[in-house]
Ligand binder design. Structure first.
Ligand code: PHE
Length: 345
């Protein structure tokens, strides 16, 4: 009897090795038969109690061998079937078919305007400086010669970080000036694009977040004329070679003297009247000679060095360039709006 059952298991091993399931269904039948919870090896293993003691070890090994063979064969067959399926899928491929069109993203109009401004200054030797948006009071205000009682420091205008009088969301990119001046030695020639925040009521014309580009140039003997020439060159590159600019006296705590630069926009349409308030001139940026106090605050000798700085808002320029009626469009991320800037850089 015992040799009978040995033969039975041996036959089973042969049967397993000879199995050739043709598809997934037959493979599953194979798995159920030899490896499933009610597989035919189980009762054979149970037979071990009827085997004479001296043959128990051999019998156990033989049934185990049957099980391992079933596992190995199953794995081999499964891989073979998968490969056959892959091959079939590949054989069905039409390699000459045109690809699906790829949906390309588009740049944000603010990025487009910002990149354009930055690249103009890069051409004349300015390099990009980027800094943090959460800034401390010193870099945003104190170093920039903005007195303690200046209205800009009011909670109504500045977002302070919760429970802090020390940290705030920068209100202008001029904070990059103090960051750079305290960490680099002149000559300094940087252009700093970035996002700024002010606690303003959101409307079609103003938002609590917007973007600026800041410029700073410090060296020995830098004059107001250098600033004017640099800004003229920028305006020509940005608005065309025939652009007219004018500088109006103004006030910023961190520059002295200070000015605002206008470009001549024209007065041809009703819109021109509205956006230039009837003057034909459009204010583009604030600028001035870096106040000696600022240089001193940042550890630069004002007796030896002088410099100029300027800062401009981006959204308004992008609104003018693309004829957009509402600043809020920039921050809503509506793809119907954004995809209209495809292909622009
Ligand atoms: N920081 C000023 C603003 O936000 C702009 C400015 C920058 C003016 C640099 C002068 C020099 O309005």
């Amino acid at each position: 009897m015992s040799s009978d059952i040995f033969d039975k298991v041996k036959n089973l091993i042969q049967e397993i090795e000879a199995s050739k399931p043709a598809d997934a269904e037959e493979l599953e039948a194979f798995r159920l038969r030899y490896l499933g919870t009610k597989n035919i090896l189980k009762p054979l293993m149970a037979e071990i109690r009827n085997i004479p003691n001296e043959q128990k070890k051999d019998y156990g090994q033989l049934v185990n061998q049957a099980k391992q063979t079933a596992e190995a064969v199953f794995e081999r067959l499964q891989t073979a079937l998968e490969q056959a399926a892959d091959q079939a899928a590949f054989d069905g491929l039409d390699l000459t078919a045109p690809p699906y069109p790829q949906e390309l993203g588009s740049r944000h109009p603010v990025s487009i305007a910002m990149n354009r401004i930055v690249s103009i200054f890069e051409r004349i030797g300015f390099s990009v400086a980027e800094e943090r948006e959460i800034e401390d009071d010193w870099h945003n205000f104190t170093a920039m010669n903005t007195p303690e009682d200046h209205p800009a420091r009011d909670m109504q205008d500045t977002y302070y970080v919760k429970d802090s009088v020390e940290y705030l969301l920068r209100t202008h990119t001029s904070s990059v000036q103090s960051r750079v001046m305290t960490s680099q030695k002149p000559p300094i020639r940087i252009i700093a694009p970035g996002r700024v925040y002010r606690n303003e009521t959101i409307s079609a014309r103003s938002h609590c977040q917007f973007h600026q580009v800041e410029g700073l140039y410090i060296d020995e003997g830098v004059s107001f004329a250098d600033m004017k020439q640099t800004l003229l060159l920028f305006a020509q590159a940005m608005y065309g070679p025939d652009v007219k600019i004018r500088l109006r006296p103004s006030y910023f705590p961190f520059t002295e003297p200070s000015a605002e630069m206008d470009v001549y926009w024209g007065l041809e349409s009703e819109v021109d009247y509205r956006i230039t308030k009837g003057t034909g001139w459009l204010e583009i940026l604030g600028c001035g000679m870096v106040d000696p106090n600022v240089l001193e605050n940042c550890g630069i000798d004002p007796e030896k060095y002088s410099g100029f700085a300027f800062g401009m808002g981006i959204e308004r320029q992008a609104m003018l360039a693309y004829n957009l009626p509402d600043i809020r469009l920039f921050f809503e991320n509506d793809v119907r709006f954004l995809k209209q800037f495809k292909g622009a850089f």
